[in-house]
Design a protein around this ligand. Structure first.
Ligand code: GUN
Ligand code: ZN
Length: 422
C-alpha cells in the first residue's frame, strides 16, 4: 500500500455474463480472526451476471461455464471490492482539511457556515456530483453520509447516487441547539422530516436511509427522544452519530447532560443505542461504554485522518478488536484530510503503530471493504468478492514510479473500472 493516486479511466456497465481476469482478491476469513496471511485468496477470474458476482476461480473453468461470455483481461492487475467508507459528511467536500482548529471551533468556523449553504438545492446538487466524482476516482463505491439539516440535501445525494447506480446510505443531520440560525430544526421537524425521507428513499434501488442526530451537544433531550422513538418504529434502519471524539467535547456533553452516566448514556437513555447504531470516532471510551457497545453489537467507526487532523486522539484498533467490537473504517470527509480510503488505510496503520500494534495490510484492506460493509450491515451484499455479492469492483494498476534524477516523480496513473449492477 504505497498510497499512489488513482484516476478513473472508465465507468463500465456490464449486464453480463462477463468474465474479468486479473488478480481477484477474495477474503475467506476476517484477518482479525485468523492469521492475516491466510485470510485472503487470489483467484484468476470472476464471472459477473446481472450486476452480481456469479462465480470466481480459474479462467478456463469460468470460460467453460460461460462459453459465450466476453472476457476482459486485466493482466496482473489487482481486482478488489470497491472501498466502503462508513462515515462521511459529503456537504463538507468544499472545506476538507481546513486548518488550525479543534473540533468545536472547527465546526463553528468552517463546517456550519458551509452547511448553511445547503439550503440551496442547486448547491447540494453541485457538491453531490463533485463528491461522487472524487470518491469514485479513489475507488470508493459505497459511502454512509451525513447530509445537512435540509431535507433537500438528502434528496440531492440520493438522486445522484441513484442516477449512478451506487449503493449508499445517508440521512438528514438533526440539530436543534448549539448551531447557528438557519441550521437548526426542532424535535418535531427532525422527526417528521426524517420520517418523510424514510418513506421517500429507504429501500429504493440501492439506497438506505440513516437516522442521523449529529451528536448530543447539538440535540436537546427532546430531539434525541423523538429520534429514539423514530428508530424504535424502524429498527431495521441504521442510526449514525458521533461519540467521544475529543476530551473537550466529552466535558461539554457532561455539562449538558449532568444526569447521564457517560457520553454513550446520552444516547442510550433515549433509545439511540442498538445493534444498527454507528458511533463515529469512539476514541476516549469509558469501560462501561465499551461493554455496552459490545453487548448490543453496535459498530464503532474509526476515522484516522480526521482524528489526527483535528487533534482528537488515537483509536486503539487492536484493543477494540480484541474485546470483540465491530469496527468500520472511514475518511470522515471533511474533518478527515483525504477522500481516499487508501490514504485512510495508511493513516490507520500509522495510528496503530503509535498505539503499539502494526496492523497487517490484509487487515487494512479488510477494514476498508468487508469491515466497513459489516459496520453498515451490508456485509452480505458488498465488501467482498464472492458469489451472490454486488459486482462493485475496482481494478487497480500498481506501477512503480519511474526514477527521476531531476525532481519529484510524476504522479503515477492508476486505473479503476467500476461495474454497477445494470
Ligand atoms: N462531531 C459533530 N459533528 C462533527 C463533524 O461534522 N465532524 C466531526 N469530525 N466530528 C463531529
Ligand atoms: Zn463525522
Amino acid at each position: 500500500m504505497t498510497g499512489k493516486m488513482a484516476t478513473p479511466q472508465t465507468t463500465t456497465k456490464v449486464a453480463g455474463p462477463t468474465i474479468l481476469t486479473g488478480r481477484v482478491l477474495s477474503f475467506e476469513h476476517s484477518p482479525f480472526d485468523t492469521d492475516p496471511t491466510d485470510a485472503a485468496r487470489c483467484h484468476e477470474a470472476v464471472a459477473l451476471q446481472g450486476g452480481r458476482i456469479e462465480s470466481l476461480g480459474d479462467l478456463q473453468a469460468l470460460k467453460s461455464a460461460h462459453p459465450d461470455a466476453p472476457v476482459i483481461d486485466y493482466g496482473d492487475r489487482l481486482i478488489l471490492p470497491g472501498f466502503v467508507d462508513a462515515h462521511v459528511h459529503y456537504p463538507q467536500t468544499a472545506i476538507i482539511a481546513s486548518w488550525g482548529k479543534r473540533l468545536i471551533d472547527w465546526l463553528n468556523t468552517y463546517t456550519f457556515p458551509e452547511e448553511t449553504r445547503f439550503a440551496d438545492p442547486d448547491h447540494a446538487a453541485t457538491i453531490t456530483a463533485r463528491y461522487f466524482d472524487l470518491t469514485l476516482a479513489q475507488g470508493t463505491t459505497t459511502v454512509c453520509s451525513y447530509a445537512t439539516i435540509h431535507p433537500a440535501s438528502v434528496d440531492a445525494f440520493f438522486a445522484e447516487a441513484q442516477r449512478r447506480g451506487l449503493r449508499v446510505a445517508a440521512g438528514k443531520t438533526c440539530m436543534d441547539r448549539n448551531a447557528p440560525d438557519g441550521l437548526r430544526d426542532t424535535a418535531q421537524t427532525a422527526h417528521d422530516d426524517s420520517a418523510a425521507l424514510i418513506a421517500r428513499w429507504h429501500g429504493v434501488d440501492r439506497l438506505s436511509y440513516v437516522i442521523t442526530p449529529r451528536f448530543s451537544p447539538t440535540s436537546s433531550p427532546e430531539q434525541l427522544e423523538a429520534l429514539g422513538s423514530l428508530w424504535a418504529a424502524h429498527p431495521d434502519l441504521l442510526m449514525q452519530t458521533h461519540l467521544s471524539e475529543q476530551t473537550d467535547e466529552i466535558a461539554w456533553v457532561k455539562s449538558l447532560y449532568p444526569q447521564a452516566r457517560d457520553y454513550l448514556d446520552t444516547y442510550e437513555q433515549f433509545g439511540l443505542l442498538g445493534p444498527n447504531g454507528l458511533y463515529g470516532h469512539a476514541i476516549h471510551l469509558e469501560p462501561r461504554e465499551r461493554d455496552r457497545l459490545r453487548e448490543v453489537g453496535a459498530a464503532l467507526v474509526h476515522c484516522p485522518t480526521s482524528n489526527t487532523f483535528i487533534g482528537s486522539g488515537l483509536f486503539d484498533m487492536a484493543a477494540r478488536m480484541a474485546e470483540g467490537q465491530r469496527v468500520g473504517l472511514a475518511t470522515d470527509t471533511g474533518g478527515g484530510s483525504s477522500f481516499s480510503m487508501l490514504r485512510t488505510m495508511a493513516a490507520a496503520y500509522e495510528i496503530g503503530q503509535l498505539s503499539g500494534t502494526a496492523l497487517h495490510p490484509a487487515q487494512l484492506v479488510w477494514l476498508a471493504t468487508q469491515g466497513s460493509a459489516r459496520a453498515l450491515r451490508m456485509g452480505d451484499r458488498i465488501g467482498t468478492i464472492a458469489p451472490g455479492f454486488d459486482a462493485d469492483l475496482v481494478c487497480w494498476i500498481w506501477r512503480p514510479r519511474p526514477p527521476s534524477p531531476s525532481g519529484p516523480p510524476a504522479p503515477t496513473p492508476c486505473g479503476r473500472r467500476y461495474f454497477p449492477p445494470s
